[in-house]
Design a protein around this ligand. Structure first.
Ligand code: SF4
Length: 402
């Protein structure tokens, strides 16, 4: 068993997408080909850090390493942060210093990105002069152990809210960004856990900030159920890394993977095996087509038998060697979205924490539960009835199609 290293958001996401790619990056430490849009994002973040750091008024931290900010003792007063604490010319000079042409496909592409960066930084700067944030940290590296799983991350900005809590903000230079992205962002969820583990104040908001449109997409902090879902997936990734489970997981992401030449998914078949394997693949293809044809035929025959049985009001249809028996199966389906508000109001949301329908069924059958609540939960269910055929012959029964 290997030791699982602290998981960052990008490491977690990489393993989920493809464990083998994770190994190439985090175990073998293979370099990736530089890409212009990543370079661009890094440069803009560097300049934003220069721009915002003078505004930082540090907050007390619980404990822990990675103190990259000044302490309260070192922070003299807010006077030094009065606008303009950095002129526009100084901002552009910082941008010039940070710029690198690494990874761009052509001089024209680099020039386009460079102009885009200048434009969005200047617009962001102008907006900042009108309304200064109150950061307690910028580009801060935080670490924590989340119920045994080591995690870490670099957080673009943590702000003090008017109520005295904290707001986490992550800048995005991507072309598109929506409020839905903020709602579903695992990155923001992980950052919430990191900040809650390192700061005494509560997290009151999470923001993905779209720099191209100067739009903050703000959402409330995640609730326990949301975080538990992320924790479970982090646990799966952490277990996989400890077990050194590095299987390739091919998909659309392979198109931007730099390790295809090393990946078994993309390795060529040796010449000596090509003829034999081509024949096997052709045979497999024929069998699959035949199987699909038989499945369709079976479904049509079963439907015709159901129609005949309903018209005649019978449930046994004799054949030459077997008898077809019409069987009924009844199940109840529950919508967790409909059930959850009832259970939250009763303080029982934990009973459906995993989100499985079986948990709701268990609740409905639980005699210890308030009968009125059981009735209301049961009413959210929908009955599903399905008919299917069994074949009976020579004393044996076999289940067949619907
Ligand atoms: S090519 Fe695809 S399957 Fe292979 S390592 Fe890269 S991402 Fe994974």
């Amino acid at each position: 068993m290997a030791l699982a290293p602290p998981l960052s958001y990008s490491s977690f996401r990489t393993y989920l997408e493809c464990p083998l790619r994770w190994k190439f990056l985090y175990v073998d430490r293979l370099p990736e080909v530089p890409r212009g849009y990543f370079t661009f994002g890094r440069v803009v973040h560097t300049v934003l850090e220069d721009l915002l750091r003078p505004l930082v008024v540090p907050s007390a931290r619980r404990a822990g390493p990675g103190e990259s900010q000044r302490t309260l003792d070192e922070w003299r007063s807010g006077a030094e942060a009065k606008a303009p604490w950095m002129t526009r010319a100084e901002l552009l000079a910082a941008y010039d210093r940070a710029w690198t042409g690494e990874g761009y496909g052509s001089a024209e592409e680099e020039a386009r990105y460079r102009a885009l960066g200048e434009d969005l930084l200047v617009r962001y700067y102008d907006q900042l002069l009108d309304e200064q944030p109150k950061p307690v940290a910028v580009e801060e590296h935080l670490e924590a152990r989340w119920d045994g799983i080591p995690i870490h991350g670099y957080i673009d900005r943590i702000d003090r809210t008017p109520a005295g809590g904290l707001e986490i903000l992550d800048y995005k230079t991507s072309r598109e960004l929506s409020a839905e992205d903020a709602k579903g962002s695992d990155q923001l969820s992980l950052y919430q856990v990191l900040v809650e583990s390192n700061y005494p104040e509560p997290v009151e908001g999470l923001t993905l900030y779209h720099l191209r449109s100067l739009t903050p997409h703000r959402v409330p902090p995640r609730d326990r159920r949301h975080l538990t879902h992320l924790y479970d997936r982090l646990g799966t990734v952490s277990d996989g890394i400890r077990a050194e489970a590095y299987e390739p997981s091919p998909g659309r992401h392979c198109a931007r993977c730099d390790f295809r030449a090393l990946c078994p998914e993309f390795r060529n078949v040796p010449a000596a095996d090509q003829v034999r394997l081509r024949q096997l693949v052709d045979q497999f293809e024929r069998l699959r087509a035949e199987q699909d044809r038989l499945d369709d035929e079976m479904t049509r025959a079963a439907e015709e038998l159901h129609r005949a049985a309903e018209e005649l009001g019978v449930h046994r249809l004799p054949g030459t060697r077997s008898t077809a028996l019409r069987r009924r199966e009844e199940t109840w389906q529950y919508s967790l979205d409909a059930v959850r508000p009832e259970l939250e109001a009763a303080g029982l949301a934990e009973r459906v924490a995993s989100g499985r329908t079986e948990e709701v069924r268990r609740l409905v059958r639980d005699p210890a539960l308030d009968p009125e609540l059981r009735r209301r939960v049961a009413e959210t269910g929908a009955r599903r009835v399905r008919w299917y055929w069994e074949l009976e012959g020579n004393g044996e029964r076999s289940r067949t199609s619907d």
